[in-house]
Design a binder for this molecule. Structure first.
Ligand code: DCP
Ligand code: MG
Length: 443
């Protein structure tokens, strides 16, 4: 008990029975993109490294090595296996960077110079010109993301994905999950991830997600932090309100204008005052958050029902006048959805499109197949058919492609490539708008 009476008890009140106390972990990888890069370039460990921007011509490492060493020393074939041998002085520096690139993340050594996520590369170049600049490689980060999450679910199955490098884990009913408040299990997970990938992470374990998220930052990098209900006053209340996940810059400015800087100061305000000033639901939430109360469950991933890609054009496009551009975008969207499906291991049988016109009116059309597909060309072809059923005389501001009725790839036996859409969707008559011949979709 924290001495404030039951009204302010943290989290779920548990009877003193065998019922386990709720223990929720938040795990966040350390300098994630940068750490993934350092696995292949271990010679950069301890150095300031920033990840951002695209690959620059002048940063061609193999080209530089081939120019500097006798012919045959560095070859294209062996390059990928010898990344760890590249001398540090061959890596591109951020010095003199010009352009609009932004940093995704920086190693802890670079952070000492004041460099961090979302900072422009030009500004970072001023703060630490000697920092090494590496381009982003999302494919690689997604690979490591999948690896560390698989390791966690092998140990603790109730895990909520929160993005590429963080998850919530419910420790409550996991064997050993209550020992030392969760520290023992957190240590085990850290070790298993490190042994399998070489990556480190930080873990906070607390009575709920809200406090666990704050706790995982307390001991970064490679740290564990255990928070109990009784820690609210000494550990949480002195922190700035911004540390609460959900209080953004705008809300913070407003809180500050009322003289509220810390979570403790927020907790001291009467709920009705917060509701009056911040609205019924936000005000009530602010009060609960400041008192460390949060009952949200850890939500394991539900199966997706559909996947889609869409794009809003910089200027509204016309099906005839901008036919080539629209056609190219359309094909790209289909390829992207197909790649998403394949990467995540799904196939779908309902293929649809979405258009938003220049007057913001939106329309969707779809068509079902008798078999399942994740093939870009097939998606493009069927989506193209559905386009025949919409008005293409208006200018278009948004175009989207969706594949629905998903199943895990390979779980439905192939039926051959017979289409049922001919039955389900008779071929369009010259449509209402008489524009069939003008469309950009016909291949
Ligand atoms: N990221 C990004 N742009 C941002 C913030 C982050 O692209 N503005 C990417 C790069 C990070 C990854 O997301 O590596 C995870 O974000 P985190 O905020 O967890 O940052 P790091 O993992 O890099 O560092 P930390 O050790 O502080 O968690
Ligand atoms: Mg991180």
């Amino acid at each position: 008990m924290n001495g404030h009476g039951p009204r302010y008890a943290l989290g779920v009140t548990t009877a003193p029975t065998a019922c386990p106390v709720r223990r929720i972990a938040h795990l966040d990888m350390d300098a994630f993109y940068a750490s993934c890069e350092l696995l292949r370039y271990p010679q950069l460990k301890g150095l300031p490294v920033v990840i951002g921007g695209g690959r620059r011509k002048e940063d061609d490492l193999l080209g530089k090595l081939q120019a500097a060493y006798p012919e045959g020393e560095w070859t294209e074939d062996s390059f990928a296996d010898r990344l760890a041998e590249i001398p540090v002085n061959f890596f591109p520096r951020i010095e003199g960077y010009t352009g609009r690139g932004v940093i995704t993340t920086a190693t802890y050594a670079a952070r000492q110079f004041g460099i961090g996520s979302a900072m422009g590369l030009m500004k970072a170049a001023k703060l630490c010109p000697q920092a090494i600049l590496l381009p982003v490689d999302f494919e690689r980060y997604r690979h490591y993301s999948r690896s560390f999450k698989d390791i966690i679910t092998d140990i603790a199955p109730v895990m909520e994905n929160r993005g590429v490098d963080e998850v919530y884990i419910d420790f409550t009913d996991v064997p050993g999950g209550q020992r030392e408040g969760g520290r023992v299990l957190a240590r085990l997970i850290q070790k298993c991830i490190f042994d399998a990938t070489g990556l480190t992470c930080s873990v906070g374990v607390a009575p709920n997600k809200l406090l666990a998220k704050m706790a995982s930052e307390f001991n970064k990098p490679n740290g564990i932090s255990i928070v109990h209900e009784a820690d609210l006053r000494p550990l949480i209340w002195p922190l700035a309100c911004r540390k609460i996940n959900g209080i953004g810059p705008k809300a913070d400015v407003k809180l500050q204008s009322h003289g509220i800087q810390t979570i403790g100061e927020l907790a001291a305000r009467e709920p009705h005052w917060l509701i009056e000033n911040f609205g019924k639901s936000h005000g009530a939430w602010l009060h609960a958050a400041a008192w460390g109360r949060d009952e949200r469950p850890v939500e394991t991933e539900s199966e997706p029902v559909s996947m889609s890609r869409e794009t809003t054009f910089e200027r509204d496009l016309h099906a005839v006048r901008d036919r080539a551009e629209l056609g190219a975008v359309f094909t790209r969207l289909c390829q992207q959805v197909a790649a998403d499906l394949q990467r995540k291991g799904y196939e779908g049988r309902t293929i649809g499109i979405k258009l938003r016109y220049d007057n913001f009116q939106a329309v969707t059309r779809d068509q079902s197949l008798s078999d399942y597909t994740a093939d870009a060309q097939r998606i493009r072809q069927v989506a193209g058919q559905t386009l025949k059923r919409v008005d293409l005389t208006r200018r278009i501001r948004l175009l989207g492609v969706r594949v629905g009725s998903l199943v895990k790839a390979g779980t439905v036996p192939a039926q051959g490539a017979t289409y049922s859409e001919a039955i389900a969707n008779p071929p369009p008559q010259a449509n209402d708008h008489g524009q069939t011949q003008l469309l950009f979709f016909d291949d």
